[in-house]
Design a protein. Structure first.
Lengths: 140, 174, 636
């Protein structure tokens, strides 16, 4: 093989490898973008079917339920306009409380319950529009 | 040519970082700052007297929008009491009780103490809308002529009061 | 009074740094000797004044002067003294003062360095001048937007104390170490610019290498310490989160590693001059970017406490000025170092290749860190890039990188590949066999990536150790000549081994545990014995006692805690960890689920300690290079 040919072959190989790597990197990037939706977005049908996403909202007061001694908890999230039922098996963050703003990551199951794989608590309970408050309190 | 590439990439990146900084943030300055406060006439909590914006002119004051349903208001309450009792700052605090029930508000004040020289009741939230209030708590700094000098969103504490309010108050008194 | 003195010192430092800058310019007519003496003096005055300012702030902390806003926000009369010292840099204002102090210390070390000779004196003067300008920019930043000496009126009787999360020995020393690394990169940056603007030859490379290694050491230490802190303090047993703040420290580390290697080539072969200079500029710019990301609050992050658009704007202007300016100087400089005639298997081209991989790794991390911002700008969609992205894409540059590291060790300067192949054959075979044995027979096959990771880690360790082993019989200086490289590569190999094994073979899950009940985690059995109340100095805690058994034999007991601090802060989780070199067993308390049952987070992490042992060995390597090799530095 002539050196010129060898060089050409070498460059081709490098290009193919770089191309393949870029493709895989881009794909991984696409796959790992986590969208952040509100319960209203979810009701409007914006939720992806096949990949995890995040929902942010307030935990509706009175909606939290967990059987004694069980790790699985259920609660409802709201943004004031729509609600989503969430199911989570695991330890809740120290800041988790009813009426508190949280973010959950996960997917819907067949019966349209959101199965969370992660629950994060937000810190901005301090400032709250009355509309959202009204919806996160049981009617008196 | 090869050496110009880094600076081109950098300029792109820089422009983008600069733009991200000027994104609207939660810290939206109120369009009302620098303008006279909106006219209002509100009833005092639990009495028949009512007060208008003209009644509070002549002194630098704070208008604090609060409600018993608001978690942040609980958090700032102790500081408000401390501030009201502070002789050296000596600033009157006017409370606007927003979208709330009078009985709950009165119970709150009797249990936790009352930092306000007067509490006005705004059950339907009309005045709050005029003030551009999105949520509670919010606090406005009003000068002697009734001009809104500063607006703070969220609970007050020693830090943000010292940092954001005190310099303006000092300037106004100078 | 101390605060006023501090303010005064800060303003003096501003003036001194400005003098330091002007003395390097030709507009002041001075002969070179006098110029050098004067600039050295002003550099030390600058450093001394910043140090005195820091002392004044320290005095305010120790005397509980709560009329100083920064003290009131970060201290408390009953905060232990060591944490009052740590609180000096516990928040934004103080940490920037520390930033400047370290910058001026590095500048002083450059000013008093014995490495400059007559023909490089101009380099010294111009680089000190550039460092003066950098310092000036940041002192201005402090005085304008983040003055730690600001008074409050009326002053509170008691301070708000230091964030409980920060009340920890590792985190107390973490910022100075990491910052020393960040800021140290300013010296190669200044030297590169000084060289580009003056002689534009390779003399700067040898000098820059010393400071590049220094800051690389601190960066390595800082990142490892931060990861260790996150592991035992944040509560949930993760050791790396691809958090923007962590990425902000990893990116300069990767580029600094590339810089150290590129400088070797520039120093020895007098090539890649421009590339080394570019790397020096990028490394420091990434440090600045890190400061920007952390301080401006543009990215949401578990770490960032301080966020303020005005400060972000100022830092952005500083980045624009310094990086933009440096890159313009770089672009204007068209001089070629030497005609390149590289052999693909020579050490210089292999090092170049690996530097490209290191920079690509930094680039990929940067894309993942900054992309969420782009998307939010373009179509106001809120997204984030998940850790799986980083975990996956980092493999692309790192697999070839690890492969070529070993090859580069055996290659020779300007050499061809012929001799090379013979040398590496046996070691390659050894790594593959050992790797397969480890992953199939000892640990059990998991994924191809895990097997590959183990093989590459062993390959890096073996090839790193080989040059030292081969010279065991020869003279001392032959032996220790390769020691720094060997230690650095062995350290890297151990880290990669730890990461691979922990993430592929570790077990992590949440479960419920009642008193006397036990749960199986891998081959270990965790048994909850009791949960008791305990009162600490400023907190109350629930303390669990968990016994751990292996093959019915008790191997350890851990005491995880749930603490509630007196202040309104949420409760904190203190994990219980039983560890040795081979594995970590980890228990964190969740919450009381009622009926005597608690939720718990359980972990078995094999070889986790290697992740921190590796950097430790890398640091040893760097220290050897800086201190042990000094007597031999003429020869190598």
């Amino acid at each position: 093989m002539l050196p010129r040919h060898r060089r050409f072959l070498g460059i081709c190989c490098v290009l193919i490898i770089v191309g393949l790597a870029s493709f895989l990197i881009l794909k991984s990037f696409q796959d790992n973008l986590l969208y952040y939706l509100t319960p209203s977005d979810v009701i409007a049908g914006k939720a992806p079917e096949d990949r995890e996403f995040r929902i942010g909202g307030l935990v509706v007061v009175g909606s939290f339920y967990r059987e004694e001694g069980s790790l699985t908890s259920q609660f409802t999230l709201t943004d004031g306009a729509a609600t989503v039922n969430v199911n989570y098996r695991g330890i809740l963050p120290d800041l988790f409380r009813e009426g508190q703003g949280i973010i959950v990551r996960g997917l819907f199951n067949k019966s349209r319950v959101f199965i969370a794989s992660e629950v994060l608590a937000k810190h901005d309970e301090n400032y709250m529009p009355p509309e959202i408050h009204a919806l996160s309190t049981p009617t008196e | 040519m090869k050496r110009i590439l880094p600076i081109i990439i950098f300029i792109g990146l820089f422009a983008f970082l600069a733009k991200s900084l000027f994104q609207p943030q939660t810290n939206i300055p109120s369009p009302l700052i620098g303008q006279s406060m909106p006219a209002f006439s509100l009833g005092e909590l639990n009495t028949d007297t009512s007060l208008t914006d003209k009644d509070i002119l002549g002194t630098i004051s704070l208008i604090n929008v609060w409600a018993t349903w608001c978690v942040g208001c609980e958090r700032e309450h102790d500081f408000l009491i401390e501030l009201a009792g502070n002789q050296s700052i000596d600033i009157p605090i006017i409370g606007i009780n927003w979208k709330d029930r009078d009985d709950l508000a009165l119970r709150w004040l009797s249990q936790r103490g009352n930092p306000y020289i007067v509490v006005l009741s705004d059950p339907i939230g009309k005045t709050a809308i005029d003030f551009g209030v999105y949520g509670a708590p919010e606090t406005f700094l009003i000068d002697e002529q009734g001009v809104i000098r500063y607006k703070h969103i969220g609970p007050l504490n020693r830090e943000n009061f010292a940092r954001n309010f005190m310099p303006i108050i000092r300037d106004l008194r100078r | 009074m101390a605060a006023e003195f501090g303010q005064l010192f800060l303003i003096s430092a501003l003036a001194a740094s400005l003098m330091q800058f002007f003395l390097g310019l030709n507009i002041i007519s001075l002969d070179q000797t006098n110029r050098e003496i004067l600039i050295t003096r002003f550099t030390s005055i600058h450093c001394l004044t910043v140090f005195l300012a820091m002392l004044c702030l320290g005095y305010s902390f120790l005397t509980d002067d709560f009329s100083v806003l920064y003290v009131a926000l970060n201290s408390h009369t009953n905060l232990p003294v060591p944490y009052k010292v740590a609180a000096l840099w516990g928040a934004h204002e103080g940490s920037l003062l520390l930033w400047i102090l370290l910058l001026s210390l590095w500048g002083t070390s450059l000013a008093y360095s014995k490495k400059f000779f007559d023909h490089t004196l101009v380099l010294k003067i111009s680089s000190l001048s550039i460092l003066g300008l950098v310092s000036f920019g940041f002192i201005l930043f402090i005085i304008y937007t983040s003055n730690p000496f600001e008074r409050i009126y009326p002053f509170p009787e008691q301070g708000q104390s230091l964030n409980p999360l920060l009340q920890d020995p590792a985190l107390a020393i973490h910022p100075p170490i990491l910052y020393a690394g960040y800021v140290g990169l300013a010296v190669p940056f200044a030297l590169a610019l000084a060289s580009l603007m003056s002689s534009n030859d390779y003399h700067w490379a040898g000098l820059a290498r010393i400071w590049a290694i220094n800051s690389w050491l601190f960066l390595t230490g800082g990142i490892a310490l931060g990861s260790w802190w996150a592991y035992y303090e944040l509560g949930w047993g993760g050791w790396w989160f691809w958090d923007p703040v962590e990425n902000a420290s990893l990116m300069p580390w990767l580029v600094a590693t590339a810089l150290v290697h590129s400088l070797i080539v520039t120093e020895k072969k007098q090539i890649f001059n421009g590339f080394s200079a570019l790397l020096a500029i990028i490394a420091f710019s990434l440090s600045l970017l890190g400061t920007f990301l952390v301080r401006s609050g543009v990215l949401i992050s578990v770490h960032s406490f301080a966020s303020d658009p005005e400060r972000g704007l100022f830092i952005l202007m500083l980045i624009g000025f310094f990086t933009g300016g440096a890159l313009i100087i770089y672009a204007l400089n068209q001089k070629r170092s030497k005609p390149l005639n590289l052999n693909l298997w020579s050490r210089e081209s292999l090092l170049l290749l690996n530097n490209v991989f290191l920079c690509s790794a930094a680039g990929l991390i940067m894309i993942g860190t900054l992309y969420p911002l782009v998307l939010e700008l373009v179509n106001s969609e809120k997204i984030s890039v998940g850790p799986p992205y980083f975990n996956f894409v980092i493999l692309f540059p790192f697999i070839p990188l690890m492969l070529f590291i070993g090859v580069a060790v055996f290659s020779s300067w300007s050499g061809t590949g012929k001799k090379l192949l013979v040398n590496i054959n046996r070691l390659a075979l050894l790594s593959i066999v050992m790797g397969l044995i480890t992953s199939y027979l000892i640990l059990g096959y998991e994924t191809p990536t895990a097997t590959l990771g183990i093989i590459l880690a062993l390959w890096t360790i073996f090839t790193g150790a080989m040059p030292v082993i081969k010279n065991l019989g020869s003279q001392t200086h032959q032996l220790i000549k390769n020691l720094p490289m060997a230690l650095a590569h062995i350290g890297l190999g151990l880290t990669v081994l730890g990461i691979t094994v922990t993430s592929s073979y570790g077990i992590t899950f949440d479960d419920t545990l009642g008193f006397g009940q036990s749960k199986q985690v891998g081959s270990y059995e965790f048994k909850l014995i009791t949960i008791e109340d305990r009162a600490g100095p400023n907190f109350k805690a629930k303390v669990a006692t968990v016994d751990i058994f292996s093959n019915n034999k008790k191997v350890g007991t851990v005491f995880p805690e749930k603490r509630t601090y007196d202040s309104a802060a949420p409760s904190m989780t203190e994990a219980g960890i039983d560890s040795n070199l081979f594995r970590d067993l980890f228990v964190a308390l969740g919450e009381d689920l009622g009926g005597g049952v608690w939720s718990m987070h359980l972990q078995f992490k094999p070889l986790l300690r290697l992740i921190w042992l590796g950097p430790f060995i890398m640091i040893l390597g760097g220290l050897f290079r800086l201190f042990l090799l000094k007597p031999f530095s003429r020869e190598i």
